[in-house]
Ligand binder design. Structure first.
Ligand SMILES: Cc1cc2nc3c(=O)[nH]c(=O)nc-3n(C[C@H](O)[C@H](O)[C@H](O)COP(=O)(O)OP(=O)(O)OC[C@H]3O[C@@H](n4cnc5c(N)ncnc54)[C@H](O)[C@@H]3O)c2cc1C
Length: 396
């Protein structure tokens, strides 16, 4: 592992791409350039999806391009070379089984078994962190109704009560096995209308398993209004009850869907009025949590350079050393390497989300990455520029 003690910047391409061969760098450049053309993505995606479903020979093409840039492999073992490579730069792997959108109980049981396999792999291997999506363990409709019951506007039917019990057992089992194996587990956040029940379950389990160290991290989406009081309450509870309140802090990925639903159903949008408000509250949440680091743990899941640098500055101000075990920075595989690698080389804890799963099942994830990279023109432009500069530096 190379450690460079120097002034931290996110523009050192030599560090950011040290583990990329010239070939990999060229491939990334071509990929990001292609993703600039949104019409290409919107036209190409359905064609590729159909071709995959018809089992036409496109899998190899997808696997050697966009899949190998953004994903670790089709199963846990295939991800291990990526884990090795990341770790050689001091970066941990968050193994993210990215198969989405099932409604079947047998699929929920299969997902549970897959997450338990990740936990098994991560036992005695501190490079690996586990993560799961609540909708991988129970249907979104069930969770929506369970939230309504929590708010007193709905009563679960007998069948739903049984389904919910099974969901709860799967959720609890992952957390218990992670605790017993000494593994950290993140709970992803999804749509706001299923979040209350997930939040309350996560807090319950943190009280049990986060006594000695942060084992379970729940995700808070700062694009939602009213999250700062939620964080303060969680922190108060942790102080009073002697556990670590562990939060993966993100901005949030379902903005359009949230706004559209609120408009359609006629309730106030749960999303901040503008990007500035999201940014402000994200940074304030970092301050609240970092200033109470004896009782809190943070995973800053962001590609935003300002927020990342903000957390670095808060750590300096609070006298928190870069490698403090309760603070970790995280980005997605194939994105913002300039942040991940430069942080890691200055001694900060960093982990990459490494999505994996069969190519066809991971396709929606790949599509989101491609669409995101056409719409976030600023970040995409920066990504492309960094790769371009590094290619030029190597040539000279
Ligand atoms: C490691 C990691 C884990 C993640 N886990 C989750 C998860 O569990 N759940 C989840 O929902 N997302 C998750 N995300 C995605 C995340 O929520 C963001 O969508 C994504 O990272 C972009 O935000 P940013 O902070 O990186 O950067 P930026 O580019 O600075 O922010 C973009 C984000 O700002 C917000 N935003 C943009 N425009 C507006 C506007 N007009 N008004 C209000 N807000 C606005 C949106 O949230 C948008 O995604 C994760 C991301 C990472 C890196």
């Amino acid at each position: 592992m190379i450690m460079e003690q120097q002034h931290l910047t996110f523009s050192n391409g030599r560090i950011a791409f040290a583990d990329k061969s010239d070939r990999e760098l060229h491939r990334a450049y071509r990929l990001f350039r292609m993703m600039k053309f949104s019409s290409l993505i919107s036209l190409g995606a359905p064609v590729l999806k159909l071709a995959l479903m018809l089992q036409l020979p496109v899998k190899k093409l997808i696997k050697s391009t966009v899949f190998s840039h953004f994903c670790g492999g089709e199963n846990i073992d295939e991800c291990m070379p990526v884990t090795e490579k990341l770790w050689s730069s001091g970066i941990r792997t968050i193994l993210d089984y990215s198969v989405e959108g099932s409604l079947k109980e047998t699929d929920f049981d299969d997902t549970l078994q897959e997450i338990l396999r990740v936990i098994g792999k991560a036992r005695n291997d501190r490079r690996i962190i586990a993560v799961f999506k609540p909708t991988g363990l129970g249907s979104i409709h069930l969770l929506e109704n369970a939230c309504k019951e929590l708010q007193g506007t709905y009563t679960l039917t007998e069948d739903e009560k049984n389904q919910f019990e099974r969901f709860r057992n799967r959720f609890g089992r992952i957390c218990r096995e992670a605790y017993e194996a000494g593994v950290t587990v993140y709970i992803d956040a999804e749509e706001s209308w299923i979040q209350d029940v997930v939040d309350s379950l996560a807090l319950e389990l943190m009280m049990v398993y986060n006594r000695e160290r942060p084992v379970i991290y729940n995700t808070v989406q700062m694009y939602r209004t009213g999250r700062l009081p939620v964080i303060r309450e969680g922190l108060d509870l942790a102080v009073q009850n002697g556990f670590v309140y562990a939060v993966k802090l993100v901005r949030g990925a379902y903005m359009e869907k949230e706004r559209a639903r609120a408009e359609k159903e006629g309730y106030p949008s749960p999303i901040q009025p503008d990007k500035d408000a999201t940014d402000r509250e994200y940074d304030e949440a970092l301050e609240i949590l970092a200033s109470a680091i004896a009782h809190a743990a943070i995973c800053a899941g962001t590609h935003n350079e300002q927020s990342t640098m903000h957390l670095v500055k808060i750590m300096e101000k609070e006298g928190i050393p870069p490698g403090h075990p309760n603070i970790l920075f995280s980005q997605l595989l194939g994105m913002s390497d300039c942040i991940s690698y430069n942080l890691a080389s200055s001694g900060y804890n960093v982990a990459k989300y490494v999505p994996y799963g069969p190519v066809i099942a991971v396709f929606p994830y790949l599509l989101r990455r491609a669409q995101e990279n056409t719409s976030i023109s600023g970040q995409m432009g920066r990504e492309l520029q960094m790769i371009h500069d590094e290619m030029k530096r190597r040539k000279s």
